[in-house]
Design a protein around this ligand. Structure first.
Ligand SMILES: Cc1cc2nc3c(=O)[nH]c(=O)nc-3n(C[C@H](O)[C@H](O)[C@H](O)COP(=O)(O)OP(=O)(O)OC[C@H]3O[C@@H](n4cnc5c(N)ncnc54)[C@H](O)[C@@H]3O)c2cc1C
Length: 286
């Protein structure tokens, strides 16, 4: 699937392209619309430390291009892409190379959250890094997990910025809310906690009701728009993206590029049944 020449046609809605150049081109177009970006070199659960070193190289090249083009962009990474399944030590040394560059560029490395098999290790690694790289990393918390309120309090006490998302993996009922309304209610509760007590949180959602309630809450509480940002995925709810920017809020888009698009694309399809129709139409056209 990933190598098929037809694939670009149906992935192009969610993926900037196969190359770094295409990813940077999207960031430049966004910057012209006053939208920030975070670049994601697609890939996760690499199958060797050699592949992990390749991910590190790809991300260092991405940071170099971001700096060269003077773009207001961060990078987003997955620890399994940096070798976490094989060696935590090697993984951390790979990530440290990116954090060193982020510090030089006065930027950030955003550490995505994967399935619950990795939650403890990811949070431990993030908190260990905080000591040396204060201000240059961001953690991610998933509102569907029961543990998330405690994790947010722990991260906030260390002044680690958090991106709050709903969560994109299939988790068992003893760890995560199964019903959408429970996930949404927990998201709202955690969002308010972060806006009041967190350090520059990122509200990452395309849920219109959640976004409206975030806007209402910050107005009510007189929380200044420079104390948080909204984040969305490239290609999703462009109408809402433009609306937030026109209202003066900071918005950052998650921009994936690369040829290892399959798991990312499948998560986007699974989130919304209507996307299957979109895929089917493109396959027929192909
Ligand atoms: C910037 C960013 C970073 C993220 N990082 C992580 C991470 O590190 N770990 C993780 O587990 N998850 C991550 N996610 C994914 C997140 O957990 C959700 O799976 C995803 O954002 C959908 O949730 P939602 O809040 O948009 O709400 P939903 O209730 O799923 O969707 C609300 C509305 O948004 C629109 N929408 C949502 N998804 C789609 C889609 N795929 N296609 C078309 N329309 C859609 C629809 O209009 C839908 O009605 C991230 C999301 C964002 C925005």
């Amino acid at each position: 699937m990933e190598n098929s020449p037809l694939s670009q046609r149906f992935t192009s809605r969610f993926v900037a392209g196969q190359t770094l150049k295409e990813g940077v081109r999207v960031l430049e177009a966004l910057a012209r619309e006053r939208i920030l970006g975070t670049l994601d070199f697609l890939g996760e659960n690499v199958s060797s430390l050699e592949d992990a070193a390749h991910s590190k190289g790809a991300y260092l090249a991405a940071q170099a291009d971001i700096e060269k083009a003077n773009l207001p962009a961060t990078v987003s990474i997955k620890l399994t892409q940096f070798g976490l399944d094989f060696s935590e030590t090697v993984c951390c040394s790979n990530v440290a190379a990116l954090l060193d560059r982020a510090r030089e560029m006065n930027s950030k490395v955003e550490i995505d959250m994967e399935s619950t098999a990795y939650t403890d290790r990811t949070l431990r690694i993030v908190t260990d890094f905080q000591e040396n790289y204060f201000g240059h990393l961001r953690a991610v918390i998933q509102a569907y997990l029961f543990r998330s309120e405690a994790d947010i309090r722990m991260l906030s006490s260390r002044r680690i910025p958090v991106r709050l998302c709903k969560g994109a993996y299939r988790e068992p009922p003893n760890l995560a809310f199964a019903r959408k309304q429970d996930v949404d209610a927990n998201y709202l509760k955690l969002m308010k906690l972060l806006l009041q007590e967190g350090t520059y949180p990122a509200i990452a959602s395309h849920d219109e009701s959640i976004i409206r309630q975030a806007v209402e809450f910050v107005r009510e509480q007189r929380i200044s728009p420079d104390r948080f940002e909204f984040q969305m995925l490239y290609g999703i709810r462009r109408d809402l993206q433009r609306e937030l920017v026109s209202q003066g809020y900071t918005l950052r888009l998650y921009v994936p590029y690369g040829d290892a698009w399959y798991p990312y694309f499948m998560r986007r399809l699974a989130e919304r049944p209507a996307n299957l129709l979109f895929l089917a139409k493109n396959l027929v056209r192909s």
